[in-house]
Design a binder for this molecule. Structure first.
Ligand SMILES: Cc1ncc(COP(=O)(O)O)c(C=O)c1O
Length: 509
């Protein structure tokens, strides 16, 4: 029990006090949103850890091949203390609860913290870790499908034709989940001006065979948050009992800190499950995701296995059995090291940097496709303006050419073909990651300006030749062996996926 406060002493209201700036959390400090001193000696001194990290990162500003700060598929380096803990945990098998009971306890704590962050009901919510959002989504889809099937069987109705409703902006793992578990995919297509699900269309697509609607909190293309509340309200209005799963792979660790009043999580009536990637804005090295259910009602019992492993009884709902314990420990470190204040400082800084970059790109004449000011993920999606958007001449280069030019300057800024029915719209996307400081942002803006100018000057043939050259020599493309090896010939040119059917290219963020 906590000691009683001595009479006469002032009670310190820890939770109500705005935390002091924490300079050991370099990218949560105000320095991350300022340019590095260039001309004058700064008036004030800088904490050593900030000076060290900012200079170190500036020296590796253009890591074309290593760990680009403009992509979030590999998060920035974790602190030494986190790395030490994770290294020490490397030999531990997460599943061995008997030998490493504290690992199970730490897993439990993380799941609780994440469930609470998402406003899950305290007494009923359950959650588990996974290797990432893809595995988490597979588990959530299995739960929705099983629950739907059981309900249909209880009603004496056929249960052999399930479908799932989602926007065509979904990450490829949703296509996989639907295909692997034999569920029909029903898409709400994006348009040239709407890059998210249309709630009305989504609800209209539902029928008695719909196992659920997917809403994405931060699509991979534009980072926009889909309107979870609008979908739920329409379902309630229609008296439909179709559940909603929120794919918060990236947004789950952003929205609660940047826009805490946005209702997208378990505060929304029809949301039954949510996934989040620990290795994106959860700021852990790759290999950890989480899925949380509102209550056991949404997780059919016959999917849970009680396993007696080396003497310890445990319940398990995962696609694999053994896995390393390090990532869960790394997640716990970040949660308690940063706390809500640390995550809030970092995510708000990233949002400010994304807004700054947005303004700069708009000024350069690009069309901005992402939402700023915390209304979406801290990323900037943009494209060249078309002829109908103020451009006088047709360009003889596209976003893919700009991506290649930037690659030759050391930046990895991918170009994509958008979701189907957007007229093969091309776009580029810069994910603002924790270590993408204002200073790095300035350098990138300069390089985008330079490369755009070069593209205007260079001939079409030269651009094509440079694309080929960069593809061959700067990136791995052309050198990477397909993981499917010799079987590649059999599987190439597939026509069953959104990419195969429509040319949509995939993204991670
Ligand atoms: C919206 C969304 N869902 C799912 C995934 C898959 O996540 P993971 O890489 O953690 O499996 C991603 C990855 O980028 C994503 O952006």
């Amino acid at each position: 029990m906590a000691p009683a406060v001595k009479r006469g002493m002032k009670r310190r209201r820890l939770n109500a006090v705005e935390p002091q700036e924490d300079f050991t959390n370099v990218y949560g400090s105000h320095y991350a949103t300022q340019d590095m001193p260039c001309d004058d000696i700064p008036d004030d001194s800088m904490p050593p850890e900030v000076a060290y990290r900012m200079i170190k990162d500036e020296l590796t500003t253009k890591p074309a091949t290593a760990n680009p700060p403009t992509n979030n598929d590999s998060p920035p380096p974790q602190e030494k203390e986190a790395e030490d803990l994770m290294l020490e945990a490397m030999p531990k098998n997460f599943i061995d609860f008997e030998e490493y009971p504290q690992t199970a306890e730490i897993h439990h704590r993380c799941a609780n913290m994440i469930a609470n962050l998402f406003h899950a009901p305290k007494d009923t919510a359950i959650g588990t870790s996974s290797v990432g959002s893809s595995e988490a989504i597979m588990l959530a889809v299995l739960a929705m499908k099983r629950r739907w099937k059981q309900q249909r069987q209880q009603q004496g109705k056929p249960a052999d034709n399930p479908n799932i409703v989602m926007s065509s902006a979904v990450q490829v793992c949703w296509e996989k989940a639907a295909r692997y578990f034999e569920i029909e995919e029903k898409y709400v297509n994006c348009t040239r001006t709407r890059f998210v699900i249309d709630p009305k269309e989504a609800v209209e697509l539902c029928d008695e065979n719909t196992i659920g609607i997917v809403a994405i909190l931060g699509t991979t293309y534009t980072g926009a948050y889909e309107d979870v509340k609008a979908i739920s309200d329409l379902l309630v209005e229609e008296k439909s009992d179709v559940p909603i799963h929120v794919d918060a792979a990236s947004g789950g660790f952003v929205a609660p800190f940047v826009v805490p009043d946005l209702e997208w999580d378990f505060r929304v009536e029809r949301v039954v499950s949510i996934n989040v990637s620990g290795h994106k804005y959860g700021l852990v090295y790759p290999g950890v995701g989480w899925v949380v259910w509102r209550s056991p009602e949404y997780l059919p019992k016959d999917l849970i296995f009680n396993i007696n492993y080396l003497g310890a009884e445990q319940s398990s709902f995962t696609l694999n059995f053994s896995k390393g314990a390090s990532q869960v420990i790394g997640q716990y470190y970040q949660l308690i090291r940063l706390g809500k204040a640390g995550y809030r400082h970092i995510m708000c800084n990233l949002t400010k940097t994304a807004d700054y970059l947005t303004d700069a790109l708009r000024e350069l004449g690009f069309v901005i496709m992402s939402e700023g000011q915390g209304k979406g993920l801290p990323l900037v999606a943009f494209r060249f303006a078309g002829k109908d958007e103020g451009e006088t001449e047709e360009k003889n280069f596209d976003e893919f050419a700009l991506a290649h030019y930037l690659r030759s300057r050391g930046w990895v800024i991918p170009a994509y073909t958008m979701a189907p029915e957007t007229g093969q719209m091309k776009m580029m996307r810069i994910v603002v990651r924790e270590d993408f400081s204002r200073s790095r942002c300035e350098l990138l803006i300069k390089d985008i300006k330079l490369c755009s100018r070069l593209l205007e000057q260079d001939s079409e043939q030269f651009i094509e030749r440079l694309k080929e050259h960069v593809g061959r020599h700067t990136s791995g493309s052309g050198k990477i062996r397909d993981p499917m090896g010799v079987a590649k010939a059999v599987f190439k040119n597939e026509r069953h996926s959104l990419q195969g059917k429509t040319g949509k290219s995939h993204a991670v963020c």
